[in-house]
Design a protein around this ligand. Structure first.
Ligand code: ADE
Ligand code: ZN
Length: 317
């Protein structure tokens, strides 16, 4: 029996789409998904760049607010099954109406309505820009975030290929989001090394880092994460599946936690990595001996770092 209730802070909505969901929608819309699935019906990729390509190809079947509403419902029902009571999902204006603010509002309305229809789990949206799409598109995504910031959209973030451009190239988008009162997070220290995490802190002034695990390669940076009260959204199963670490035993989550870094546990893109929150918890228990006391502390850390209002946080604590 894994620990419940769970809080998840790092989940890409499209990346949580079950393969069957994408295949059904592709059938309805007559979209060709050649190369997206392997012979067993799983998402098919060999490395991170291949993963990003397959992710974007699968996302191409999501073409309307209604599709995103259906996806939101499916994803939240699956998360609730795992004992998740609160989740923050990355939502992409790039895929939802091409960063047009009025189209984005319609997609968002469908996602919010779907989220409210699923009892027993709360969701908040982190509007995300995509690094390899470049700073101009990020600027438009930030404007979508600014125009819809509120009870449901509570954060702004960046995913995508960390090898492309630098964190600083996206400072305008993050400044805009900060001025709109949004919580800030960016992917760093996943495929990039400690310097990428440092850049994120210096130039984007985020309070959370997506992954951040490669900070372990620079202990002065680890000290800074502690001093600056930064929370890491760690996705161990994702890191192992994408080859950042060779296996669970090599993953630094326990070393980071032991040193005093605030770590939380999420799944990133669960069906792509053949994982879910129960498997992540089981593997942490099996690999590092985490018990209910550790899981309780990790979920408390997640509640404290959540991009939600005080009454919602109080219910999670
Ligand atoms: N988008 C979806 N999953 C991602 C990951 N693990 N890293 C960067 N961008 C992503
Ligand atoms: Zn991610």
């Amino acid at each position: 029996m894994t620990f419940k209730p769970k809080i998840e802070l790092h989940l890409h909505l499209e990346g949580a789409a079950p393969p069957e969901f994408i295949r059904r929608l592709a059938g309805e819309k007559k979209v060709d998904l050649a190369g997206v699935f392997d012979e067993r019906g799983s998402y098919d990729y060999k490395d991170f760049e291949g993963f990003l390509k397959v992710y974007e190809a699968a996302t191409a079947v999501l073409q309307s607010p209604d599709d995103y509403g259906r996806l939101t419902r499916t994803v939240l029902e699956a998360s609730r099954e795992q004992g998740v009571v609160y989740t923050e999902a990355f939502l992409s204006p790039d895929f939802c109406g091409g960063r047009d603010v009025s189209a984005w509002r319609e997609y968002l309305h469908a996602m919010q309505e779907a989220a409210q229809s699923v009892d027993g789990i709360e969701m908040r949206g982190i509007v995300t820009c995509i690094r390899h799409f470049g700073p101009e598109k990020a600027r438009e995504a930030a404007i979508c975030a600014r125009e819809t910031a509120g009870d449901f959209v509570t954060g702004f973030g960046m995913g995508g290929n960390e090898a492309v451009l630098s964190q600083a190239d996206f400072a305008w988008a993050f400044d805009c989001a900060r001025e709109s009162g949004l919580g800030l997070t960016t992917h760093a220290g996943e495929f990039g090394g400690p310097e990428s995490v440092r850049d994120a802190l210096d130039t984007l002034r985020v309070t959370r880092i997506g992954h951040g695990v490669r900070a372990i390669e620079d202990l002065a940076l680890v000290d800074r994460l502690i001093e600056d009260d930064i929370t890491l959204e760690v996705n161990p199963g994702s890191n192992v599946a994408l080859g950042v670490y060779r296996d669970w035993a090599a993953h630094p989550i326990e070393r980071l936690r032991e040193r005093g870094v605030k770590v939380t546990v999420s799944t990133d893109d669960p069906p792509f990595f053949h994982t879910d929150m129960t498997r992540e918890y089981d593997m942490l228990e099996r690999t590092f001996g985490w018990d209910d006391e550790v899981f309780r502390a990790v979920n408390r850390t997640a509640a404290e770092a959540a991009f939600c209002d005080a009454p919602t946080r109080a219910k999670l604590l």
